[in-house]
Design a protein around this ligand. Structure first.
Ligand SMILES: Nc1ncnc2c1ncn2[C@@H]1O[C@H](COP(=O)(O)OP(=O)(O)OP(=O)(O)O)[C@@H](O)[C@H]1O
Length: 255
């Protein structure tokens, strides 16, 4: 299944935050969204996930979700949102409880996803026994267990230290390489965008408009830390972002 946005725009209390966004999220690709603070990245993600309706334009779901999909549009947020009294396996299995799935099948699905996210040996641990990075891995496992059509990630690594972020980026690349998924990934971090994005969408300052879509052909598995090719793209993204930030500052001065 892919997502298509056509002429999406939105305002809050008369203040325009998004303008005329046309965008495609193709099946099996990770689309990163970057842009200056307050340009509407999270708002756009919420619209893609159906949490909010755009005032203008439309978000279309094209094609079928993958077989066995229990929740087509699944979010992963920055703050993990784990239940502290449930184990790792218990937090993951929670999202299966509202579905007509037998106990054995649910157990097999949880075991599979814990294996894929390298959490098997932590299945019985409680969230308080885990580091921030491990907690976010549990949140990723919980999102994957429902076999989403599109994973919607809002700065999932931004609360973590830089080493942990690096490890989790490797995890996401490994997960995608073994079993490609479709995702939208909102981030402030341009290094994350060039590591994870097949396409990187650059939004302008508010009201967020599509400034540029950068495609990166290099396979995710071949993109490494400090990769020279990626640095060229990262620099280009930074030039775009810097121009937007400077223009936003100038507008503030003009009132
Ligand atoms: N529910 C809401 N009601 C009113 N204004 C809102 C609401 N949600 C967001 N906004 C405003 O819309 C604008 C865009 O917000 P949004 O969080 O989408 O931007 P962002 O690009 O994700 O920001 P950041 O990079 O700082 O996380 C901001 O000015 C924000 O204050």
């Amino acid at each position: 299944m892919e997502l298509r946005l056509a002429g999406v725009g939105h305002s809050y209390a008369g203040r325009e935050v998004l303008r005329d966004i046309d965008l495609k999220v193709p099946e099996g690709e990770i689309v990163c969204i970057v842009g200056p603070s307050g340009c509407g990245k999270s708002t756009l993600l919420r619209m893609m996930g159906g949490l909010e309706q755009p005032a203008r334009g439309e978000v279309l779901q094209v094609g079928q979700p993958p077989q066995g999909c229990l929740n087509p549009l699944t979010f992963i947020f920055q703050d993990f949102a784990l239940l502290p009294w449930r184990s790792v396996a218990g937090n993951v299995s929670l999202v299966l409880e509202d579905h007509p799935i037998g106990r054995d099948e649910a157990r097999a699905m949880v075991a599979d996803v814990l294996g894929r996210t390298r959490l098997t040996e932590f299945a019985d641990a409680l969230p308080r026994q885990l580091s921030g990075g491990m907690k976010q891995r549990v949140a990723i496992a919980r999102a994957l267990v429902v076999r989403p059509a599109v994973l919607l990630m809002d700065e999932p690594l931004s609360a973590l230290d830089s080493q942990t972020r690096e490890l989790l980026m490797e995890d996401l690349v490994g997960l995608w390489t073994r079993q490609p998924f479709t995702a939208v990934y909102v981030t402030h971090n341009l290094a994350e965008a060039v590591r994870l994005g097949h396409r990187i969408v650059v939004l302008s300052r508010r009201p967020g408009e599509l400034r540029e879509v950068v495609s990166l052909d290099k396979p995710l598995a071949d993109r490494g830390y400090g990769d020279a090719d990626l640095e060229v793209t990262q620099k280009h993204l930074w030039e775009l972002m810097r121009a937007e930030a400077a223009a936003a500052d100038a507008e503030l001065l003009r009132g």
